[in-house]
Design a protein around this ligand. Sequence first.
Ligand SMILES: NC(=O)c1ccc[n+]([C@@H]2O[C@H](COP(=O)([O-])OP(=O)(O)OC[C@H]3O[C@@H](n4cnc5c(N)ncnc54)[C@H](O)[C@@H]3O)[C@@H](O)[C@H]2O)c1
Length: 316
Amino acid sequence: MTIMVTGSFGQVGTELLESLVQIQGHSEVLATDIRIPDGDYEFETEVLDVTDQERIRYLIKKHSVTSIFHLAAILSALGERMQDRAFDVNLTGTFNILKAARDLGVEKVIIPSTIGVFGSETPRENVPAVTVERPETMYGITKVAAELLSSYFRRSFSLDVRGVRYPGLISYKTVPSAGTTDYAVDMIRYAVAGKGYVCYLKPDTVLPMMYMPDAINALLNVWLADGEKLRYALEYNIQAFSFSPAMLEKELRTHFPDFRVDYRPDYRQGIADSWPSSLDVTDAVRDWGFSCDYDFKTMVSDMIEHLEGKQTHWEK
Ligand SMILES: NC(=O)c1ccc[n+]([C@@H]2O[C@H](COP(=O)([O-])OP(=O)(O)OC[C@H]3O[C@@H](n4cnc5c(N)ncnc54)[C@H](O)[C@@H]3O)[C@@H](O)[C@H]2O)c1
């Protein structure tokens, strides 16, 4: 039994791998990415560009892969600057993974979707699983297509494809660099470093968010869930809390009274404005028992605790 992860060294993969090794043991985890960063890893690694269909098939056969966590993606902000690449990686890459999994008998494929699938015609608050999905970004368009392809493979080929729609994710282990909600991680680390922060979103932009430990648990729980109970493929909305840059600034000031934020919105404001401020998580709770350990305040405290003393790493 081998679990293959694509896009392993990104923000989600880095932390998912730690958990998978704990659950499965290092010999059963294969980390792949388009580039493998230098390091000593307790699991096997292979270079894999998910746009390369033949290499996907070769690695599935070589390692007798039984589950695939497909994380390789070009995220929202980067996708607006690299549209061809976003199309190739997010859409062709996902189609390649699904076809190879179907043809080679992979038991489960787990794919995170995103709030990026929504657009300004989606209701703003408490968005249900099935709703208007007319995104206005290249990222969103490719991720809607990935959701639809996943449902199609489930229905037409009985391929067990599962996933969640992630909100913005907050973590201290990896520096995010390609998404629209990255400001939250940046604002916390600047506050911890004793510096002011220039925020690229307006102060009142409320978005759904989640702390990474809860995000990883959610993905593992959906992977291990009873398949009979799953009514959807990737459409399970999840979030822990919603907040705006101003709310985060205020909370950070309770820890760092001198902390100040300057607001200079850029092109990412338009992306954020097209996304909802909160999601209805009822289906995830009912079908596979979704829950979170961290609320807004405990997330901020935990981030600060882990980032203190880590500035040298972050400043690189
Ligand atoms: N981080 C978030 O806030 C967030 C929110 C919603 C959904 N998601 C979803 O979670 C998943 C993982 O996102 P992440 O935050 O870890 O992204 P990330 O940008 O941090 O990492 C993506 C990884 O994919 C790799 N990659 C890029 N092109 C590739 C290719 N052609 N072949 C193979 N690998 C390639 C990159 O090297 C990188 O390691 C994605 O599906 C994303 O849509 C993330």
